[in-house]
Design a binder for this molecule. Sequence first.
Ligand SMILES: Cc1cc2nc3c(=O)[nH]c(=O)nc-3n(C[C@H](O)[C@H](O)[C@H](O)COP(=O)(O)O)c2cc1C
Length: 173
Amino acid sequence: MEILKCINSRRSVRNFSKKDVSETDMDDILMAAVRAPNAGNIQEWRFIVVRKRETMEMLAEASFQQKVIASAAVVIISCADMDEIGKAYSSRGKDVYSLQDAAVTCQNLMLAVWDKGIGSCWVGSFDEKKVQNILVLPKNVRPLAIIPLGYPQGHREKQPRKSLEEVVHHEFY
Ligand SMILES: Cc1cc2nc3c(=O)[nH]c(=O)nc-3n(C[C@H](O)[C@H](O)[C@H](O)COP(=O)(O)O)c2cc1C
């Protein structure tokens, strides 16, 4: 799929069929994720891949009962090693770059998912402490986004966007 077509047609998918996502597809998806630009090429991003139903249900509970997580074929948790980025860039690294790096990698990942006819949804609303405990993450590894994915079931309209006039401001001469 051409990149603009992929970007323009992508939408969040919250209903999945029972079809599994292959390991080969997962490798492509994760490779696309780590091709993202990132601050100083430090690559403090870490990914946890969950396929166990029980863990997915615990993650759904930690995300205020968002069923989309429990019904996915696979769940990826995007994390950042805060020590690694902190060592390289101090507070700017921890407060800004860790979030930006995770965001850009998640976008790469979600586009690769869509390119393969698979769907995903970014879940940002969750209890970080609970997710950290469920996944037994070290203290320095911060979970930043949960991305459930699977083959879409049913159709969902594209969500509208504000017009460019509303959000783009050109430099004034
Ligand atoms: C930072 C962030 C947090 C989000 N958190 C959630 C969430 O907790 N639950 C959810 O269902 N969708 C969540 N979303 C998905 C948005 O609701 C969705 O991207 C937005 O409504 C636009 O729809 P679209 O992705 O179909 O274009 C989140 C997206 C982002 C980028």
